[in-house]
Design a protein around this ligand. Sequence first.
Ligand code: FES
Length: 159
Amino acid sequence: MAKDLLSQEKFAKLDEAIAKFKGTNGALMPVLHEGQHLFGFLPLEVQKHISNGLNIPMAEIYGVVTFYSQFSLEPKGEYHIGVCLGTACYVRGAQALIDIISRDLSIEVNKTSDDGKFSLEATRCIGACGLAPVLTVNEDVYGRLVEADIPGILEKYQG
Ligand code: FES
């Protein structure tokens, strides 16, 4: 793992957040958010650091990190693609969309491309069911998609 991804400087900032929230109700979520923000992902090493700092069991931390889609166990790409696999999107063909993206970018779901440019994730409902099937690229939202839309969307970010 590249050293700068988990630098001491980032751990020092994480310690500041731990010190700030320790002992308060609901300390875990803001500290995890800070960790996600600082490192770009929450690998086990970071989770263990938070577990020790807040005296919260690893199992609880891991459960929260894997439940909420805003937290990631893998470093996210420069462009993070989320394809909704909630019910409304799924029945309108979202699985085919994710398969095409995975094939075209040569990345598996929940992985990041070797050059760090793209990461791909299957998400739960993002609350835009009226636009199903939906995908997001960072802050951009694309809806009512058909398979033929995918190459054009990917091209925008490949340049
Ligand atoms: S199921 Fe995809 S946005 Fe709700």
